[in-house]
Design a binder for this molecule. Structure first.
Ligand SMILES: [Cu+2]
Length: 143
């Protein structure tokens, strides 16, 4: 009888351990990362609300990173424009050119990096930390 009871207890513990593993295996579990809110935002990411592309004639343009999104996501400027990316989120982000050649490096909260775009073209970029975050800078020939 005692042996049976012991075995049953062991089985119960085993089941509890299995449950914990199953929760962890579901990935994305809050218990694993402890960042439920951020996780939700991550899924919203660049697939969030539609944005109006921005056309700027200014020689200096500010581009915020907020709520796991670049704002403005699609920006058109004239050649020679300096664009400043500022991270408004509490988690780090970056902006990295998909074709290479430029990157802000990791920006912590409130950090900024300014990059000048002299050559006309389309510069698609993403956050390498959250690759669903994407943006595009279109550089037009200066008037
Ligand atoms: Cu990011």
């Amino acid at each position: 009888m005692r042996a049976t009871a012991t075995r049953m207890r062991a089985a119960a513990i085993g089941a509890a351990a299995l449950t914990a593993v199953a929760l962890a295996a579901s990935g994305c579990g809050d218990g694993v990362f402890g960042m439920g809110d951020h996780h939700e935002e991550m899924h919203r990411g660049a697939g969030g609300a539609p944005q109006t592309p921005v056309l700027s004639n200014a020689s200096q343009v500010t581009l915020d990173i907020h709520d796991y999104d670049f704002s403005p996501r699609d920006l058109t400027v004239q050649a020679g424009t300096a664009i400043t990316w500022t991270n408004r989120d509490s988690v780090p982000h970056d902006a990295t050119g998909e074709a290479g050649g430029w990157a802000t490096g990791t920006l912590k909260q409130s950090e900024s990096v300014t990059i000048s775009f002299d050559a006309p073209g389309v510069y698609d970029y993403l956050c390498t930390i959250h690759p669903t975050m994407r943006g595009s800078v279109t550089v037009e020939k200066a008037l």
